[in-house]
Design a protein. Structure first.
Length: 191
């Protein structure tokens, strides 16, 4: 009889923490959870389109040469640009998500060693570099890809292989490395 009562109590507790109730508890414990979930959904939608379009292209051989890679990249770039013709800044990095990213990066760059980290990122970019950022634009071929320090990546939501965080000066971009285009960006992200 006690076992039946315990099972009944456990059932009531589980019902109390149904998905909507759990989401409410999670929202109270992490007020950014809904925004991050929305960001991940937007990224997933982008990736689904990316994969769908990339599957329409001829597959690259395992030993593809640089010319073949570039042709494949440019073909995917055109498909993505056509299918995301109305894309604009803030489609992936919504204003709410930008606020979270700025908070997370602020913590990184204000922490011990953060100033040096910022200096290294900006030095890698170089003072002579210039790039105009636009959603769906090709990442400039003349500008080397920056590295993103692990301390920065640790604080940001994880991305699938079809997108990468990169710095372009003091801007943070979401780069689609397969199409070599800027999926979205944030300006002046350093505190």
């Amino acid at each position: 009889m006690r076992l039946i009562r315990r099972i009944a109590v456990a059932g009531v507790l589980l019902a109390a923490f149904s998905a909507p109730a759990f989401a409410e508890v999670q929202q109270r414990t992490n007020p950014d959870a809904a925004t991050i979930a929305d960001f991940k959904k937007r990224v997933d939608d982008y990736v689904a389109l990316h994969k769908k379009l990339e599957d329409t292209l001829p597959h690259l051989p395992k030993d593809a040469n640089p010319t073949q890679l570039d042709q494949h990249q440019r073909a995917l770039q055109k498909l993505m640009q056509t299918n995301r013709a109305g894309a604009k800044q803030g489609d992936l990095f919504t204003p709410a998500m930008q606020k979270i990213v700025r908070k997370l990066l602020g913590e990184v760059f204000r922490s011990k060693g953060g100033a040096q980290l910022k200096k290294e990122i900006l030095e890698e970019w170089g003072e002579r570099q210039h790039a105009t950022l636009a959603v769906n634009a090709r990442y400039p071929d003349s500008v080397p890809l920056s590295t993103v320090p692990p301390q920065v990546l640790k604080g940001l939501p994880e991305l699938p292989d079809e997108l990468e965080y990169r710095f372009v000066g003091d801007n943070l971009i979401l780069l689609d490395p397969h199409a070599h285009i800027i999926a979205d960006y944030m300006e002046r992200i350093f505190p």
